[in-house]
Design a protein around this ligand. Structure first.
Ligand SMILES: [Zn+2]
Length: 270
């Protein structure tokens, strides 16, 4: 089953049906619809590092949180540098990266088992990974662009949850959010060479489309590495959306030629 599109308070966002069924979390993946920001950030830009009016971005966070019934003061954000470092977030981190200065630096994934702490990661084509250990319970969000995907940040986030919280992979549900999909994601030799070094089955992940040009399937690359560390294939939900094809509802770095806003993934234990 794919992600579900919801409409609430004038904005649209996605949820993962398998996560909703557990009753353990509040969560959502934003769209670009229903916010305050002006072109090229129109309109629900959730990226505070963009050259957008900060007041509008904060208001956008308030609107998105209201739709998800999350207290904005619970938010904690990563800073995201296309690396593979993971931060174990606690209630002491509340507000960091949104309403407060943050000492969470060089971080592309957040995990926690604290309730009332809403993890936030941002996107505009990169792969959002939502993780929910239904037994502990514990949660995680990871930002996987091609660099993070090659560094296996998805796998590493699962392993970190196992080490820090005693999570078992068979208890972890995964949502792979909207990202640039194989239909639109053309890559060059630099990317393909990195894939070759990281994955023995790299030829299953790419399709040659011309001389020195390939289409890369980032969703499959993330799915396979998660299955390798014991995630049950049936526990993985793919969003069913390509951010570039559906530039009408999502910000897409590639489609918008770099001048665009940020989407956000938010995940909180109730
Ligand atoms: Zn596409």
């Amino acid at each position: 089953m794919a992600f579900k599109l919801n409409y609430q308070g004038g904005l649209a966002y996605l949820t993962i049906p398998a996560f909703e069924k557990t009753g353990l979390v509040k969560h959502g993946f934003s769209t670009r619809m229903g916010g305050m920001s002006k072109h090229p950030y129109d309109s629900l830009n959730l990226g505070l590092r963009k050259d957008d009016d900060k007041k509008n971005v904060i208001e956008n966070y308030r609107l998105f949180c209201k739709a998800l019934s999350i207290n904005p003061n619970n938010l904690v954000a990563s800073d995201q540098v296309h690396e593979d470092k993971i931060h174990v977030a606690t209630l002491h981190d509340r507000g960091k990266g949104i309403f407060k200065q943050s000492d969470i630096k060089g971080i592309d994934a957040l995990i926690t088992k604290d309730r009332q702490l809403a993890l936030v990661t941002y996107y505009a084509d990169c792969v959002p990974l939502f993780l929910l250990d239904v037994e502990t319970p514990a949660i995680g969000l990871a930002h996987a662009g091609w660099r993070g995907t090659v560094k296996k940040i998805g796998q590493k986030t699962v392993l970190k949850m196992m080490k820090e919280f005693g999570s078992k992979p068979e208890h972890i549900l995964v949502g792979i959010g909207p990202c640039i999909s194989v239909c639109c994601y053309e890559v060059d030799e630099l990317v393909v060479d990195s894939l070759k070094k990281a994955f023995v089955y790299f030829d299953e992940l790419i399709k040659e489309t011309g001389k020195g040009k390939w289409k890369l399937d980032l969703v499959l690359t993330n799915r396979k590495q998660l299955e390798e560390v014991g995630i049950n294939p049936q526990n993985i939900t793919e969003s069913g959306f390509c951010t570039s094809c559906r530039n009408d509802i999502f910000f897409s770095h590639r489609k918008d030629k770099g001048k665009t806003g940020s989407l956000a993934a938010v995940l909180q234990l109730i």
